[in-house]
Design a protein around this ligand. Structure first.
Ligand code: BTN
Length: 274
């Protein structure tokens, strides 16, 4: 039984019919929107759908997940209906190397939507964590399934401080956002993804030609900062984050060399003082 002090009125369900009417249109990206009460992981669901040949633009939104997956083998958890937990299925036609920008594109879309709808100054920790100050508001997990990519978004919306999974997390409610209502937020995030994805696809994945790199850097909390990056294989690199390359890799200058990082966990050490 759900023992949350919130009533259903405080945390209303999302309507599959209303979201479909608002977002699925001829020639548009979104082809099918499913809202499910509960599942293990929306990323796992769409990964299976991708293997079964599902079309680009499928979206699965869960009111609750029992086995939400995070980056680097972590878990993602949130009380039912307290956040946005959804995944999208994309079948990009740009070269695999440039697809490294896709998770960053979705992060930018989510941050832009949060800034516009909730009026919260979300910024991006590379590759795609949404931060408010140094606290994590949202995380994004991209997984390649053959030639498809499933991108999952977990965004903390109405969680109270005592419901946050870790001390370093936050939610729109905790940040006193002007809007902590999931329906306008999910619409805005999906519309932003659609716009950025269309522009990026039309530019054949060139993050400069479509303005993606400039927009991303404009919201980056990482570039220009001293960072410590925990790399796969328990290696650690400390240096100055100087940019993001054409494949979405983070560039870190350390002891006179520039390192190009494709994966890793960034810790912001302190602001960069030139
Ligand atoms: O910050 C991270 O580590 C990424 C978290 C991604 C969580 C979302 S919730 C919806 C989708 N389904 C999952 O199992 N994970 C992603």
């Amino acid at each position: 039984m759900d023992d949350s002090p919130f009533t259903d009125l405080d945390r209303p369900p999302l309507s599959q019919a209303a979201l479909t009417r608002a977002l699925v249109r001829p020639g548009g990206l979104w082809s099918d929107i499913a809202v499910v009460d509960r599942t293990g992981s929306t990323n796992a669901d769409l990964a299976q759908a991708a293997r079964d040949g599902a079309r680009e633009g499928a979206v699965v939104i869960a009111e609750a997940q029992s086995a939400g997956r995070g980056r680097l083998g972590r878990v993602w958890s949130a009380p039912p209906r307290s956040g946005l937990t959804f995944s999208v299925l994309l079948r990009p036609e740009v070269s695999p190397a440039k697809q490294g920008w896709l998770p960053l594109l979705v992060g930018l879309a989510a941050a832009s939507a949060v800034r516009r709808v909730a009026e919260i100054e979300a910024r991006l920790k590379w590759p795609n964590d949404l931060l408010v100050g140094e606290r994590k508001l949202a995380g994004i997990l991209a997984e390649r399934i053959d030639s498809a990519v499933v991108v999952g978004v977990g965004l903390n919306v109405s969680l109270r401080a005592d419901e946050l999974p870790v001390e370093t997390a936050t939610s729109l409610a905790v940040e006193n956002a002007v809007c902590a209502d999931r329906d306008p937020l999910v619409r805005a995030v999906l519309r932003e993804i659609e716009t950025h994805y269309r522009e990026w696809s039309q530019a054949d994945g060139d993050a400069d030609a479509c303005g993606l790199r400039a927009a991303y850097l404009g919201l980056s909390a990482t570039v220009g900062r001293e960072v410590r990056v925990e790399l796969p294989g328990e290696r650690v690199l400390t240096g100055l984050a100087t940019g993001v390359d054409g494949e979405g890799h983070l560039l870190v200058e350390s002891q006179g060399s520039v390192h190009t990082l494709g994966a890793g966990d960034v810790v912001h050490v302190r602001p960069h003082v030139p």
